[in-house]
Design a binder for this molecule. Structure first.
Ligand code: BES
Ligand code: MN
Ligand code: ZN
Length: 504
């Protein structure tokens, strides 16, 4: 969506080709309905009654128009179902479907009648926010490399609001929603990028670009620098690769003093073959998305850069692929991590936790007082929770509750799993090192995250395992099959709210 936004108070003045109108089971609940009908014709009421215009949730009906207004050519009716069951998430998803429809229609100039979507306490301003999010995410297309397609890119040029509210409020809410959607979509495109075109150095280049765009401090450590520092865990994962690793650090400084810093730590494994603990061929396809955590961190940082919240943030991403060669790490290897802790490598496919170990230690050293790590870490989380729930661990109830509040607001489902003292014992059960990186397959979501926790120590921390949620197996209301950009919105919302929640 481009940024040209206008307002109009009446349908007569609409200058777009298509008007988007919400309809519910009982449409006269909306104050302005009389006026709407008197302009477009009472037949609409009959069509709603007869079912020609559908009011069921998420059903879209478009009708052609022939009115005094020569611009308006169609109305897109959007079924909202029962007023009582209308939620923010429901509206967001419904607007996602609207976004898909607008792309199909190649509609470039659209009007939204805001009031028709309101359902107390969700007011016109919030509808503007949710519609920008939903339409923006629904409109997203996976970039492709086909030589045969000559379809031009379509985009929405202008969005006009039919509204009685203060247009500045409406526009600023819409723009915020658009920032959220655009940032999610950027994260999706990183996940979708093939691994030969998104290596660790490429991911670092993207981060540098982001830093230049938004004025973040940026540091990129290359292989020699990681060796100098003794980052043995990320280096061990990178050992079999001909492509260098990168440790990416971005700092957003909101306050004069570098304090109360939230650290976002992302797994940026640009391809995961499993190494010598090699994945079966069917399990390897899709492992281009093993940098979904890194993408989520970068997407959230883009929102931070755009909206400039009053909250210090440091982002650290460990980027490498996990490959095989005669140089690759082997099961039985002992790895010395950046923290000094040693690890017995029992499974070279448990590489994400190794990368995160060094990244977490570095984030703490860079001043992070709170940590959120996000990673496509384990198949175990898929076994436990399926493909629509992000699994979480934490060492701090208050910090976790605050995060859950943000996730409920964004509609991104997060579920906390237990991490007990008994689990920690298993992680420390090596005869020859401080830790093992893999204890076997029972409860291994907890084990993977718990391993990262060994490097977090006492800092308030949340671990997010997005192995199930980062890459959609099929199209959904808010986007196509492929990268979802999951946790971008929740982490950004959490950062925006953290000061209030924390102090209040
Ligand atoms: N990147 C994978 C986890 C994954 C699996 C992500 C499926 C997305 C979809 C991770 O590095 C991995 O291989 N995990 C192993 C851990 C095991 C060796 C302890 C797993 O889940 O099988
Ligand atoms: Mn792996
Ligand atoms: Zn992995």
């Amino acid at each position: 969506m481009k940024n040209i936004i206008k307002d109009t108070k009446t349908f007569e003045n609409a200058t777009s080709e298509l008007l988007i109108v919400g309809v519910r089971k009982n449409s006269n609940q909306v104050k302005g309905w009389e006026q709407f009908i008197s302009y477009f014709g009472t037949a609409i009421d009959e069509w709603i009654k007869s079912g020609d215009i559908e009011t069921n949730s998420k059903k879209l009906t478009k009708i052609p128009l022939n009115t005094q207004n020569a611009n308006l050519k169609r109305i897109l009716f959007v079924g909202l179902g029962d007023q009582k069951t209308l939620t923010r998430q429901n509206l967001r998803e419904t607007f996602g479907l609207v976004g898909k429809e607008l792309k199909k229609l190649k509609a470039t100039n659209v009007s939204i009648w805001l009031e028709s979507f309101t359902a107390a306490p969700i007011d016109e301003k919030e509808i503007a926010f949710l519609s920008a999010q939903g339409i923006g995410m629904g409109y997203y297309t996976v970039p492709h490399y086909k030589t045969t397609s000559n379809e031009p890119d379509t985009y929405i040029e202008t969005v006009e609001f039919v509204t009685e509210s203060d247009i500045n409020d409406v526009v600023s809410n819409f723009n915020t929603g658009k920032v959220y959607a655009d940032s999610v979509n950027e994260a999706r495109s990183l996940v979708n990028r093939p691994p030969n075109l998104l290596t660790a150095p490429d991911l670092a280049d993207y981060a540098v670009q982001l830093a230049n765009d938004y004025g973040f401090e940026v540091e990129i450590l290359n292989k020699a620098e990681l060796e100098e520092l003794g980052m043995g865990a990320i280096l061990a994962v990178n050992q079999g690769s001909s492509i260098e690793p990168r440790l990416i650090t971005l700092k957003y400084k909101a306050t004069k003093n570098w304090e109360e810093v939230i650290g976002l730590v992302g797994k940026g494994v640009t391809y995961d073959t499993g190494g010598y603990s090699i994945k079966p061929k069917t399990g390897m396809v899709g492992m281009k998305g093993d940098m979904g955590g890194a993408a989520a961190v970068l997407g959230a940082m883009r929102i931070v850069g755009e909206l400039k919240p009053n909250q210090n943030v440091v982002a650290v991403i460990g980027a490498t692929d996990n490959m095989i060669s005669s140089d690759a790490m082997k099961p039985d290897d002992i790895i010395t991590t950046y923290s000094g802790k040693t690890v017995e490598n029992l499974n070279s496919d448990a590489e994400g936790r190794l990368v995160l170990a060094d990244a977490v230690t570095y984030a703490k050293q860079q001043g992070a007082n709170y940590l959120i790590d996000v990673a496509t870490l384990t198949g175990g989380v898929i076994t436990a929770l399926g493909y629509d729930k992000t699994g979480a661990l934490s060492n701090n109830e208050a910090f976790f509750d605050a995060f859950m509040e943000a996730s409920i607001e964004t509609g991104e489902f997060v579920w906390g799993m237990p991490l007990t003292e008994n689990d920690k014992k298993r992680i420390r059960k090596s005869d020859v090192a401080d830790l093992i990186n893999s204890p076997g397959s029972d409860g291994h979501m907890i084990f993977g995250g718990g391993f990262v926790g060994e490097f977090v120590e006492n800092t308030p921390w949340i671990h997010l395992d997005i192995a199930g949620t980062s890459d959609a197996k099929s199209a959904h209301d808010l986007g196509p099959k492929g990268g979802t950009g999951v946790m971008v919105r929740t982490m950004a919302t959490f950062i925006e709210r953290f000061k209030d929640i924390h102090q209040g």
